[in-house]
Design a protein around this ligand. Structure first.
Ligand code: CP3
Length: 344
């Protein structure tokens, strides 16, 4: 049986087709997403309605020649499943109930029995059943630091600064929170794998908030422990680590986590990634999402520059961050078609 090209690349095999998918490929830029979200009533209702969430997971595949679907959910489902309040306010982004102190962190619920996790695994099963055999299904979680940043600061710019100050000070409750999130992430990803995901991505979206000297302690080692936990329990499932904004730190993160693939942000020069990372890791990224929104010659040049920088069997074509809500869907189609033409 032929594996999806995305899995072939992650497993070190040669491919004829460079795999491509996009972070936030399901979302507000698609009118059919806006329609289902309106039917669900709210973003969180949509996350916890397996039939609708599976439909939204598959929407981009119906339009575009993509190599992967990504589970439709959110990284902040985990703090909610651990017992914290969560709200998505229209136009404001997420608001998480803040936590601090040993007592409250110690009282967070483990994930094993959480109903939220059960519902998301139903989405995985429903999406997997309807997905073509040559398309990979990606599961995900937030990395401990990014999720902790929301749990400590509550969300927003100023919340991120509060979390950064706590991380630098390093009180015992912060270390305990990181421990709890490592355990929760392993539990959550194992459940997703058992429900049918083929690959997992760990999103450390706020990695770039930390000073370089803390990257090892707060990014590389915790993610490394999640990867080891998965390898021990479910060997053979490839891992993509996206430590956005880690810069030269991606090298240490790659070495410490032993993930198969490193996602890199838009600001990462791909010749550096090729020389420093691609010998040991597949590289994912890093077309500027703004170019996909704008289109035109700058987009064409952007696609060509990204594709030329890396060989197709060491690369997963993607954006350097999520798709912007104002992106015209035709531009997304154009990116894939142009890439296929370049790769012959
Ligand atoms: O298509 C996909 O990529 C799968 C679904 C997915 C969502 N969120 C859906 C979503 C994934 C993988 C995520 C991960 C996520 N969530 C991250 C890591 C990736 C990143 O973007 O850095 C983070 C930091 C979050 C937290 C989060 N969720 C924020 C900051 C926001 C608000 C920002 C925004 O775009 O509005 C969300 C909401 C969210 N998550 C939306 C979607 C489609 C928009 C909600 C809506 O429909 O209004």
């Amino acid at each position: 049986m032929n594996d999806p090209p995305l899995l072939d690349v992650l497993n070190g095999k040669k491919v004829l087709r460079r795999p491509v998918w996009f972070m936030r490929q399901a979302g507000r830029y698609l009118p059919e997403y806006r329609e289902v979200r309106a039917r669900a009533g709210s973003f969180l209702n949509l996350c916890y309605a397996p039939d609708l969430a599976a439909e939204v997971t598959l929407q981009p595949l119906a339009r575009f020649d993509l190599d992967a679907a990504i589970l439709f959910a959110d990284i902040l489902v985990v703090p909610q499943a651990m017992g914290l309040g969560l709200a998505f306010e229209e136009g404001e982004g997420p608001v998480v109930e803040k936590i601090s102190g040993l007592e409250r962190v110690g009282a967070l619920r483990p994930l094993d029995e959480a109903k939220e996790v059960g519902l998301i695994c139903e989405t995985v099963k429903a999406a997997k059943e309807r997905l073509a055999a040559n398309v990979a299904l990606i599961g995900f979680c937030g990395a401990p630091w990014t999720v902790a940043s929301y749990m400590i600061g509550g969300g927003g710019e100023s919340g991120r600064e509060v979390a950064r100050a706590v991380a630098a000070e390093g009180p015992p409750w912060f270390d305990l929170l990181m421990e709890r999130l490592i355990d929760a992430s392993v539990t959550y990803l194992v459940r997703q794998i058992d429900a049918g995901v083929d690959v997992v991505q760990i999103f450390d979206s706020w990695a770039g908030d930390l000073p370089g000297y803390l990257q090892e302690k707060i990014i590389a080692l915790p993610i490394g422990r999640i990867v080891k936990g998965l390898r021990d329990q479910r060997p053979g499932i490839p891992v993509i680590v996206f430590a956005r904004g880690a810069g030269a730190g991606h090298r240490r993160i790659g070495e410490a986590t032993k993930a198969e693939c490193l996602g890199v942000e838009t600001s990462m020069p791909l010749d550096w990634a090729r020389d420093q990372l691609a010998g040991s890791h597949v590289i994912q990224g890093n077309l500027d999402p703004l170019l996909v929104e704008c289109g035109g010659d700058a987009l064409t040049r952007g696609i060509e520059q990204v594709a030329a920088a890396l060989p197709r069997d060491r690369h997963i074509f993607n954006l350097g961050h999520g798709m912007r809500p104002g992106t015209p869907p035709e531009h997304v189609d154009l990116v894939i078609k142009h890439l296929r033409k370049l790769d012959g």
